[in-house]
Structures are given as C-alpha cells and as structure tokens.
Design a protein around this ligand. Sequence first.
Ligand code: PMP
Length: 397
Amino acid sequence: MHFGQIPRVPGDPILGLMDLYRADTNPAKLDLGVGVYKDAQGLTPIPRAVKLAEQRLVDSEQTKSYIGGHGDAQFGALLLRQVLGSRAIALGEQRAGCTQAPGGTGALRLAGEFIAKCLPGRSIWLSDPTWPIHETLFAAAGLRVQHYPNVGADNRLDADGMLAALQQVPAGDVVLLHACCHNPTGFDLDHDDWLRVLEVVRARELLPLFDFAYQGFGDGLEEDAWAVRLFAETLPEMLITSSCSKNFGLYRERTGALIAVTSDAERLLDVRSQLASLARNLWSTPPSHGAAVVATILADEPLRQIWQDEVERMRRRIASLRGGLVEALMPYGLAERFAHIAQQRGMFSYTGLTAEQVRRLRAEDSVYLVESGRANVAGLDAERLDALAKAIARVLS
Ligand code: PMP
C-alpha cells in the first residue's frame, strides 16, 4: 500500500463556505465570502470588452503552439505600462520586465521561488493579517515567513505599528506590500504613510514585493498604482505581481505576471534568465488565452475605453455599497462603529464582527462571511442593505 498513511488535510475554508452557501435553500441567502466581484444580480459576468476581444481572437488566432517562457510579449509590454505608467523611467531605461504567470498566485509563487534560489537567507515579511495563501505559498517555496501589523486591536489601520515593525526588519529582507485594496482588511495606507514606508524600505535596504491584485478597484486604475509607481521611481530594484483576475474578470483564465525592476538593463537580463528557468520547472510556459485577451484590449483604444468604463463601474458599485451599508446601520446607532467600512478600499472589509457573530449571521440569516469577520462588500445587494443592517444589529445585541 502506498497511500494508506496519508493524512487528510482540511479544505480551503473560503471554498468550504461556498459549498455551505450553495447548499443553503434560503432564497434570501447572501454570499459575502468568496473574493469575486459580483454585480447587482449577484453574478460575476464576463466584461463586454473581454467578450469582444475573445470574438476577435477566435477569428484571428493562427496557432496553439507554445508561447515563450516569459509569455505573450505584447501582453508583457502593455501590462508594464498599465502598472508602472507609460512614462516610467525604468521602462525608458529598459530595466523593467514582465514574466507572464498563471494568475497573481502563479506570479507570487514565481517570486517566492526566485527569492529562495537567488536571494538565499532572506525572510519575507507579510502583513498581519494577509491573504492566507501568502502564508502557505511562500512557506511552500522554502522562505521564512515573518509578519508586520496592519490592523490594531481596535480593528483600525495601524500604520504606526507597521512602520515600527518594518524598522526592525533585517537589511535585505523582502517585504510584501498590498499595493491597494488590502485583502482581507480593506485598510490601505494613505500617501503620507506610503512615503514613510518608502523611507524605511530605502534606509534598511529592504526589497519590496508589491502584490497588485486589485488595480482599479480602490480609487481608480491610475490612482491605485500611486504607491507602486512611487517606489519604482525612487528605488532601483523591486518586484511586483499583477493579477488580471479581478479587473478583467478573467479569474479562471489564470492571467497575471511578475514584474521585475532592476538597477540596469544588464541586471534585468540576469534576473529574467532566472525567472524563465524557474518558471520552466513550475508550469513550463504560461497559458495563452487570458493574456491574449488583455493584450487585445489594452492595444485597442475603443476596447480599452470600454474596459476602463467597466472597471470604473465595478469600483463605483463597491464604493456605493460601502457608503450604503454604513447609512443602513445608522438607525441602529451603529454608523460610527462601522464608519471604517466606508473608508476601506476594494472588495473586502474587516467588519470587526467576531467569529461567534459571523456564525450567528450564517445560522440565523443565511449571511455568509469568513470567520475572521471579512466581508466581500461586492457580494452585497443594494436592495438588502437594510435587512443586513438589521441582522448585524441583532447579533451585536
Ligand atoms: N493576491 C491577493 C491579495 C488576492 O486577493 C488574490 C486573489 N484572491 C491573488 C493575489 C491571486 O489572484 P489570482 O491568482 O486569482 O490572479
């Protein structure tokens, strides 16, 4: 027997929550668990720009032969501009490169493998809390994982605590930073905070690794890139993972990239040689379709405009639901207590609800949240904000 002694490990808790939600027969059930954008009908539609690009691709695609180790070159060039800005100095100096990967997750894993192999002995510092896959993914790549705070005991952003922790990080270590729309808390740094983080990163010679999974979902496509671009303009070296899952709605097409910024063009060739070699052992070459869709959209002005409008619509919907929920909590005297929901950015909100309160919401009202109290605000429904506010008030009383 080969498989007789293999221990069974628990499944992903968020995916488990999805199963419970599916099995719930209450027609008023509300899924605030899994991290996908939903529209007013509770659906995660394919953006129109993506559909149009796909139709073009079906007609024009000539081959299904492999794409290269760094992926689709046009996708890479266009994504670099989308992330770093078309006038980025690093682009002009040819010291920024893009390696396509299967989603943001693939890009993060490639970054982890790169750090483990090429920068041995460096720890990676994650925000506490962070997207749970960060914890397991970097450990699986062989890195030592350490933490800096993001929220305080009062369930509010703790930028000072974060700064103080970063000041203690050993020189050379890698710091993972959520570029915008922090997952899971929704608490983003403001410009002054970012400038302070930049100073510490520079003074301590830390290597920033930005996880940029929600460009366009916070304050806008350009605004959300502010911190990434600030660091890229100021520091000679950094890594960025970009995901096209949310802003292009391409979740299952596994579309993302690892961007490396180096001090000069020669160093970029060294780093890219390693990334291609590491990727070869992970997935050989990346999938083509999602990247071809993104390249088709970003290269075509009318399609790009349609896409930008769609991202903006998603962003505004989330922002209005945030404000709407706080307003709906007002009659219960809870608007102040939950005011942070309107200040947070992106799909997620650390509500401050306890695991027990989350369990009650699920059992009594078929409202599904992760036990940490994280709610996917995009799962809300403007028509049902009052009902949700009432349910929250009840579990708090
Ligand atoms: N980083 C963060 C912070 C995320 O929330 C996600 C998706 N949940 C990812 C990376 C990865 O996204 P994907 O692999 O689906 O592109």
